[in-house]
Design a protein around this ligand. Sequence first.
Ligand SMILES: [Zn+2]
Length: 586
Amino acid sequence: MVEPNQRSTHAPESARVLVIGLDGATYRLISPLAAAGQLPNLQRLMQNGAAGVLQSTIQPSSEQAWATFMTGQNNGRHGVYGFQQRRPGTYQFSYVNGHSIRAPSLWRLLSQRGRDVIVINVPMTYPPQPVRGVLIGGLLSPGVHSDFTYPPGLYAELRQACGDYVIDVDIERGQLSDDQLADTVEAALRMIRLRTCATLHLARTRPWDLLMTVYGASDRLAHKFWKHWDPNHPLHTPELAAAFGDVLPRVYRELDAAVGELLAELVDERTTVFIVSDHGFGGMEKAVYLNRWLMHQGYLTLKSGVPRDVRRWLQLVVRSALRQGRSLLANPALAQVKQWAFARFPRLKGDLYSSVAFAQVDWTRTRAYALGNMGNIYLNLQGREPAGIVAPGATASALQDELIAALRGLINPDSGTPVFHTIYRGADLYHGPYVGDGPDIVGVKDCRYHVVTADWQRGDDIVAPLGSVMHFAADQSGQHELEGVVMASGPGVRRGVEIGTARLLDAAATILYALHEPIPADMDSRVIDALFEPTLLAQRPPKLASRYQSAAPDDDEQSDPPDLSDYTDSEAAQVRDRLIALGYLD
Ligand SMILES: [Zn+2]
């Protein structure tokens, strides 16, 4: 690694930035592993640069976190509030993709200013937008056989250069055998190496001012393997820990080696390096059935016309699908079937979520409903929801107050503490033209809780331990939290400094500043001053540019993507059964 703090002798426009995204990275793992000497490259970055906690978005979920990162805007200005979003005028919920982000990205802005960019595997970048350089779509791309690159056709080049390219590993939500778990780990480690190879290949063959690459393995495997690493997790067992307790340290060691490789080749005295996560991670201990809670509290009502035997029938369907699912999981072709299905039927996953979560809801007698797995609650608002019964204005406002007070009483029976440590009205938390698309109430929880809003109609528990409920045949034991990581080094970056807590929202402006670029005045993002030497900030204070929206993508890129194809009832039923079996809907 070069000495990071030398004054650049190059012209300002030659300043460049390398961003390495580590999805879900946490000091819960980094600190002890670095202290044990297992992460030499990250350790050196922290010692020679500046590092701190990077506070995620509310909610700390990858789709909105990366949307905020790449636009420098709060959710109210980019319009992304979760993986699911309501289709206007319906009670159907679609899954988001890059089209859902209604503010221009950092790479579009830089492209317009004539800077070269290489963007690799950032979630929510499918479908790929044209940039001055290359863009490889990340999480939520339909697969390597889709058009997930700009310019198109880069997959063939990456295969040529590296042997293969992998967008993501599929962490099945059902119980896996020990062999399948071991295969998943190997697939994730291979994905890390292929990503590093792709990044180096593109950097060697294209000019760049901003190079960004995101590694997802730190998130995917932490969902699955947290309990094996964390001896305090309620589902930790010494037997399984002996087999899988080193998986997360191993993934972090592999990521550290990847960071080392990228720094060694790509960093010179004009390069600023940022390591960022989209959110942190910790142990998950409880399922929280938020729609069931709303029902018990009288805010959500099921259709009374549904006879008991129909509910019983639904139960049986789901149960047999689950049993079938366990045996299907032994079939390696299944992941491909799922990928095929979602690529072919882009609305399918959203339709499934909608029907499992809300098909039995009587909207004419429902005042509020929960969406997603974090703690977002929507009012069934007149004029917004198709059968809305809550009048906007004073009535809605009073209902929000009432719900917030009631939610404070939603208690984890084991600890006696509230599930949601902070509860906001959406309009107090977000600002901008798309606030109305967002949740009316935002409950913020920590990593111990997983909110279930899809498959909730059987059972009575509100807060249930993992393993005791069918959903957690899903077998996940780690969940996101707000506190992620940021590390930086380079020209003018402070050395050996712990900066406390910075905001993910401020990453975009900070990257622009390191590139000697002005920051659009209508961007929410502001430079993270604590990362830089006060003398640098005094000599070269951050400059504001005029409007950000001038970098908006073309209008025709803003509409919803058309369905690629429709699907027949029998195809849909077939695929739906398999997906329900996988517990894929939460
Ligand atoms: Zn995750």
